[in-house]
Design a protein around this ligand. Structure first.
Ligand code: EPS
Length: 396
């Protein structure tokens, strides 16, 4: 099983990711990781922090001479902003500091919608900075770094992942027809990672307005995975169904509140005949088992398994809970009514969320590939993959 973990606070010294279970022989360069980190930093509506950071990963272990060696891969991404926060984040107690004194930049006016209040109570802290530093979406930097290696692994099997923004602050972007073969090449050229230029201008106006108003905006991204073979995941048990694993991975992204696979919630309102995808013979289309779906409303999954059609997921993010014109709250230091803290933040981070959703899907599918095809080296995984597809081709 592939697994990864991350560590690090938003204004701490660095972020760390450890990816374990990747086979040996995958060609990985730090440039592959840094390219993904740079994509995550983009997006109109980000705050000043993104001008401070130039995220780049230092490979500490698990990769030698440009290839994975099968050992745990440790990555370190320094926080440039840390130099401004060293005293606030210092792990050591400082002279005169007691349990009753607060450090500079203590947060007690907890933000509605944030982890501040529940975290403070649950972990029995007085300063919500002990919570918010880790709740910060800065953590997703480490996820994107670890998942960049999963992406390289998937690319060895011609599996690619792309995303685009389909709604921001209530403005819908239309899905282009024909849909571009390289979604990211098109989306990354847009400041909002959207494929509809008209909608983009409206969205930018809306972001500017929200910024003037001290407000924030949410939105939705669509993520597409191409090149998956039929039969990843399984129908036999709840925890092997890919719908569930995808849902969990997407919902673990900070501020994400909804996930749809294929037509998602719309399927609940339609007739069966309007929902299910008719199956046609397609000899030679081996990845999907010698058939094709006339439509792909299922979004590439049936019974918790890949069909071989593109995997389509939509991910909805709520507006960031740090408002420059704050909502009412309670000051947890005094118990009195107060205005919530207004820390520097982004007006919106939906474009970045699409990149993070790609990363989480890369992890889910690298894991699903390794589960099905196994192996300790890329060559071994490939032989198993080739044998499976040869068999599928022969029976269809
Ligand atoms: C975030 C607050 C902002 C964001 C940050 C997430 O950072 P800061 O508090 O330093 O201004 O820019 O996002 C990132 C740093 C990032 O890398 O995505 C928060 O509170 O969640």
């Amino acid at each position: 099983m592939l697994k990864f973990t991350t560590a690090g606070e938003s204004h701490g010294q660095a972020l760390v990711a450890i990816l374990e279970g990747m086979v040996a022989g995958v060609p990985v360069l730090s440039a592959d990781i840094d390219a993904q980190l740079a994509r995550r930093q983009q997006g109109y509506g980000r705050g000043r922090r993104m001008q401070i950071e130039r995220d780049a990963a230092e490979i500490l272990s698990g990769i030698r001479a440009g290839e994975t060696i099968g050992a745990p891969i440790a990555l370190l991404i320094p926080n440039r902003d840390w130099k401004n926060w060293q005293d606030v984040m210092d792990p050591a107690p400082r002279e005169g500091e007691t349990a009753d004194t607060m450090r500079r930049r203590a947060v007690t006016r907890v933000r509605p919608g944030h982890a501040d209040l529940t975290g403070l109570l649950k972990y029995d802290r007085d300063d919500a900075r002990d919570i918010l530093e880790r709740a910060s979406a800065r953590e997703t930097t480490a996820r994107v770094a670890a998942a960049a290696i999963c992406r390289v692994f998937l690319a060895q099997f011609d599996i690619t992942i792309g995303s685009h923004l389909v709604n921001l602050g209530g403005v819908d972007a239309s899905r282009p027809d024909p849909f571009p073969a390289d979604v990211n090449a098109a989306a990354d050229a847009s400041p909002l990672r959207t494929l509809d230029a008209n909608a983009e201008s409206l969205m930018i106006e809306r972001i500017d307005q929200a910024k003037r108003d001290g407000n924030t905006l949410g939105g939705t991204c669509e993520v597409v995975v191409d090149g998956l073979p039929v039969g990843l995941g399984s129908h036999v048990s709840w925890d092997r169904k890919l719908d569930g694993r995808i849902g969990a991975a997407m919902m673990s992204i900070p501020a994400v509140k909804g996930v749809e696979i294929g037509i998602g919630f719309a399927a609940a309102r339609a007739l069966g005949s309007e929902v299910h995808d008719e199956i046609h013979p397609a000899p030679g289309r081996t990845l999907s088992g010698g058939v094709r779906r006339a439509t792909n409303r299922a979004g590439g999954l049936e019974g918790g398994m890949t069909t071989g059609e593109p995997l389509v997921v939509r991910v909805a993010m709520k507006p960031i809970s740090t408002l420059m014109r704050p909502l009412g709250t309670v000051d947890m230091a005094t118990g009195e009514k107060a205005e919530a803290v207004a820390e520097r933040s982004d007006v919106t981070a939906v474009p970045a969320m699409g990149v993070i959703a790609e990363a989480m899907l890369a992890f889910v599918f690298a894991n699903a590939m390794l589960e099905k095809f196994g192996g300790d080296s890329l060559g071994e995984t490939r032989r198993n993959y080739d044998a499976y597809l040869a068999h599928v081709a022969q029976r269809t």
